[in-house]
Design a protein around this ligand. Structure first.
Ligand SMILES: [Zn+2]
Ligand SMILES: [Zn+2]
Length: 163
């Protein structure tokens, strides 16, 4: 098995986080940097509880739930991660530094989150900004629907209930 390559982006985000903690006069604990690193090693959307489970059960780190939740909030405030509210589900997080701008489509059945990127959204932002004299700083766009495999599942379910 090959040892994982050092990710240069992780060094960058660690420096940003370190500067932020210093500025806020917060302690630079190993746990906080470990959590940051684990987040930047993943590419998905996750909630705080599943991150906590992953760190303690799978990675066997000795971190408290409070540290995980508190570190997530710190990372949101220094813009290293984004917090999303998809429907009524628990808040979901994802890394944001150096990551492409994108929006989300969420399956209402299996809660799967799919990312998409459409340059027309940028056009709408500048057009509506000009028209309504707003300096648009950010946006949030979530679409909800039923994914392909859940559509199939719904069809099968309805056939079964008809027989
Ligand atoms: Zn689905
Ligand atoms: Zn995303």
């Amino acid at each position: 098995m090959s040892k994982s390559q050092p990710n240069p982006q992780i060094e960058e985000v660690k420096n940003i986080f370190s500067a932020y903690l210093e500025q806020k006069e917060l302690r630079k604990t190993n746990e906080r940097f470990t959590i940051l690193e684990e987040i930047y090693n993943r590419t998905d959307h996750f909630d705080a509880e599943s991150l906590y489970e992953f760190l303690t059960k799978k990675k066997k780190y000795n971190v408290s739930r409070a540290t995980v939740y508190n570190t997530l909030e710190l990372l949101v405030s220094c813009d290293l991660i984004k917090k999303h509210q998809f429907g009524k589900n628990q808040a979901q997080y994802e890394k944001s530094y150096g990551y492409k701008q994108h929006d989300h489509i969420i399956c209402v059945d299996c809660k799967k989150v799919v990312e998409f990127c459409d340059p027309r959204i940028q056009q709408i932002k500048s057009m509506m900004g000009d028209l309504l004299n707003f300096k648009i700083t950010h946006h949030s766009l979530n679409m909800y629907g039923v994914c392909g495999s859940c559509q199939l599942k719904r069809e099968l379910d309805s056939k079964e209930s008809n027989t």
